[in-house]
Design a protein around this ligand. Structure first.
Ligand code: SER
Length: 315
């Protein structure tokens, strides 16, 4: 297995690189990112290279030279950033995906491109959102995610490219901060509370969104790609979730462990609109049935682990 991760320096890639190294061996993983400072951070123990996934020629060379047969395409602007510059979000998110699919077709690679709860919109049923349902997102990020799911399925049925993906909810982690997402509050709060004892939340206290702790997210990335293809009824993309909570519920769990922690709300209208258009909870039974998805972290165990890890990091 020769694996290339493009957009490897983001929240998911930073932890997916070592996870893949453990499974497939260090020498078989190439981590690529556009930013030189990120490439030097990644290169500790891995083969890290500078690559702009929008540069088709350079991207093709890397795949050809290294005999890549699996691509994790993690290049994306997230939802809130996407609303600041929708055209840029479209160009980056779709440009990287189309290049990945075309290259995969030519060099016979499998491709994983995360989709998101952002693929749903205000007309989607919000509780236990089904696998197959209304998908009319209200953000450019979501428009890209739905288009990406359709394109990935198209490349599978038309050209036989082995495309698979999941609709990630908010991912909580302590490796690298997310940036520009609507679910970021659920990561930021841990740093702020441990640094200053306070956190000001941009999302209304009773807005529910699905979340995953990073170890479960990483397992989703590898388990789905290694799954028996004859069992897959769906491909792009599977609902996956491990927990659904509101800011109020998360903060009360943190308060129990951090004496005197204080929480305030200053609602960001863009994030408010986005978060209220997304599901409150997903039905992930298709992922469970078709490839054995089974998350292990719930909110309480995640909060314990995040507080320990971030306290150690801040020291
Ligand atoms: N975490 C992403 C965001 O908030 C959702 O996929 O934009």
């Amino acid at each position: 297995m020769n694996v290339l991760i493009v957009g490897a320096g983001g929240q998911i890639g930073t932890e997916l690189v070592p996870h893949l190294q453990k499974i497939y061996g260090e020498d078989n993983i190439i981590a690529a990112d556009l930013r030189p400072e990120v490439v030097s951070r990644l290169s500790g123990g891995s083969r890290a290279i500078m690559l702009d996934a929008l540069d088709m020629k350079a991207y093709t060379e890397v795949v050809k030279e290294n005999k890549i047969n699996r691509i994790y395409n993690l290049v994306a602007l997230l939802s809130a950033t996407g609303e600041k510059n929708p055209l840029l979000a479209w160009n980056i998110n779709m440009g990287a995906l189309l290049n990945s699919l075309e290259i995969a077709k030519e060099f016979n690679c499998s491709v994983f491109t995360p989709s998101s709860i952002g693929a749903f919109g205000k007309d989607t049923p919000h509780v236990k959102t089904p696998q197959d349902t209304v998908m009319r997102p209200n953000t450019m990020y979501g428009v890209c995610k739905v288009s990406g799911e359709l394109l990935s399925d198209y490349y599978y049925s038309r050209y036989g490219v082995d495309t698979r993906s999941v609709r990630f909810p908010g991912i909580i982690s302590n490796g690298c901060l997310p940036g520009g997402g609507t679910t970021d509050y659920a990561v930021e709060v841990f740093y702020e509370v441990l640094k200053s004892g306070e956190y000001t939340c941009p999302i209304p206290e009773n807005t529910y969104m699905d979340m995953l702790y990073m170890p479960d997210a990483l397992n989703a990335c590898t388990q789905l790609m290694d799954a028996d293809p004859s069992k897959l009824v769906h491909r792009n993309s599977f609902n996956v979730t491990a927990m659904s909570f509101s800011p109020k519920e998360l903060f009360s769990s943190i308060e129990k462990r951090v004496n005197g922690a204080k929480f305030k709300y200053e609602i960001d209208p863009v994030k408010d609109q986005i978060s209220s258009s997304w599901p409150d909870s997903l039905d992930d039974s298709c992922a469970r049935e078709e490839w054995g998805w089974k998350p292990v972290w719930d909110m309480e165990s995640m909060v314990d682990d995040m507080l320990t890890a971030i306290a150690a990091k801040l020291k």
